[in-house]
Design a protein around this ligand. Structure first.
Ligand SMILES: Cc1cc2nc3c(=O)[nH]c(=O)nc-3n(C[C@H](O)[C@H](O)[C@H](O)COP(=O)(O)O)c2cc1C
Length: 434
């Protein structure tokens, strides 16, 4: 057995926590963000590398042509903008990395470079940017477009976007700030230069009016699953979020990303791959199995919520299809292609209803006690080759967070699988510290 430590992250949604049980005030008070402050503090105490904040920019009405079910189930909306919330989470913590999602299709590059440079300053070098190209025409319609650009073109735009923001982050050299009362110069203009970018999609003069930040460039996070998405991620990202199926799928995905990173002249160890998991934890195996059975029964009952979720990110109106028939072979999406193809591949022959209920957003099933799950994670990392896991729970609850941070994490630490503190002040250096 490996007993090599690995990294942990959390997929955070700035949406309502669990509200169906009806006994938590959090369902109404989460927008003041203290729920998320408590959560990030728990994660830092437990030894997480990061908390990631997902995002989208629309209220979807794709399912049956109305927002009724989207809002009834509160899946993607209502939500908060992750970018300002990063500051609050960072102020309440010392070490953990905080990753905010922002779209290259909608942000102007200058504003994004400035916002993330600012966040890198105020977090003292602990911010990450989850680069997404967005997946929804409904979002495009909030930014003066009728439709999103096509899937691969969005990645082409994103490539140039990253080039521009990187040049802006470079537009302030080190030591440009003198703060020298003797010479009378605060900043040295010879170390601050325009970028004069004129490309196919963007024209930006520069320089940034924000000085060089502690990490210089925020940690770059990405979740490309399609071949074009993987190429983009392997070229640009420090960390990747992914949901390949099973141990062999995980190993193949990580090997593929590392080979692609090498082909771009990068050290593959500089790209950390995080596999999504959703452990079901009990004090005994029987309790864990019972929880899983209840979870699956709830998914069957709430089949409609799953379809509304898919409709939002794939922009396919599943309400017009017969749920007792399989997903049509010729169906495709301009949204999350990787997710859609994975779903079809895993459950292609089954009815839409069955496929939606069986769909679990995870790379491997983890059901058991903290000790049995820790052992399974150890074996998986050993087989796959390393890096880490990201927990995803949608919606989440204080109870579930505690099961992970106070149940599973101590079991991982006892086995030497979890970091024992943070050896560096900055997020990227901690990610690469082992
Ligand atoms: C774990 C995970 C988190 C993601 N978070 C977001 C997000 O916050 N916002 C978003 O628009 N897309 C998000 N995506 C979608 C990805 O950016 C990407 O579009 C998707 O994985 C499909 O990849 P592809 O576009 O290369 O087909 C996420 C995907 C995964 C797997």
């Amino acid at each position: 057995m490996g007993a090599q430590p690995f990294r942990l992250g959390w997929f955070g949604n700035l949406t309502t926590p669990e509200w169906r049980t009806g006994w938590s005030e959090d369902a109404l008070t989460w927008t003041d963000a203290r729920y998320y402050v408590d959560m990030v503090q728990d994660m830092e105490r437990a030894g997480f590398d990061f908390m990631m904040l997902e995002d989208s920019l629309m209220v979807s009405d794709i399912y049956a042509g109305t927002a009724e079910l989207e809002l009834k189930h509160a899946i993607y909306a209502p939500k908060l903008d992750p970018v300002p919330v990063v500051s609050m989470l960072a102020y309440a913590t010392e070490h953990i990395g905080i990753v905010a999602t922002a779209s290259t299709t909608f942000y102007p590059p200058y504003l994004l470079a400035r916002a993330f440079s600012t966040l890198d300053h105020v977090t003292r070098g602990r911010v990450g940017w989850n680069i997404v190209t967005s997946s929804e025409d409904r979002a495009a319609q909030n930014f003066g477009m009728d439709k999103l650009p096509l899937h691969d073109k969005r990645y082409d735009i994103a490539e140039e976007f990253v080039e521009v923001v990187t040049a802006l982050w470079n537009s302030w050299e080190e030591k440009a700030i003198l703060a020298d009362p003797v010479s009378g110069y605060y900043a040295d203009h010879t170390k601050v230069a325009p970028i004069h970018h004129k490309g196919e999609y963007f024209s930006v003069r520069g320089p940034l009016n924000t000085p060089r930040s502690p990490q210089h460039k925020p940690v770059i996070c990405q979740a490309g699953a399609s071949p074009r998405g993987r190429a983009f991620a392997a070229k640009n990202a420090d960390m990747l979020l992914c949901i390949p199926n099973g141990l062999d799928g995980m190993k193949a995905y990580r090997d593929d990303i590392r080979a692609r990173a090498e082909s771009f002249g990068r050290n593959p160890d500089d790209v950390k791959v995080f596999f999504v998991v959703q452990p079901v934890i009990g004090k005994t195996m029987a309790e864990a199995e019972a929880k899983k059975a209840a979870f699956l029964a709830d998914k069957q009952r709430n089949f409609e919520a799953q379809m509304v979720h898919f409709a939002a990110i794939m922009e396919i109106d599943f309400s017009v299809l017969d749920p007792d028939l399989p997903i049509p072979d010729d169906m495709s999406t301009n949204g999350h292609q990787g997710t859609f193809e994975g779903w079809k591949e895993a459950f292609g022959g089954r009815s839409i209803k069955d496929a939606a209920s069986a769909m679990r957003v995870h790379s491997m099933e983890l059901v058991g006690t903290p000790d049995s799950i820790a052992e399974q994670m150890d074996e998986a990392m050993d087989y796959v080759g390393g890096d880490g896991f990201m927990f995803l729970s949608q919606p989440t609850s204080r109870e579930y967070i505690r099961e992970i941070t106070e149940g599973l994490c101590p079991a991982l630490r006892r086995r030497g699988l979890l970091r024992n503190g943070y050896s560096h002040p900055h997020f990227r250096d901690n990610l690469r510290s082992f």
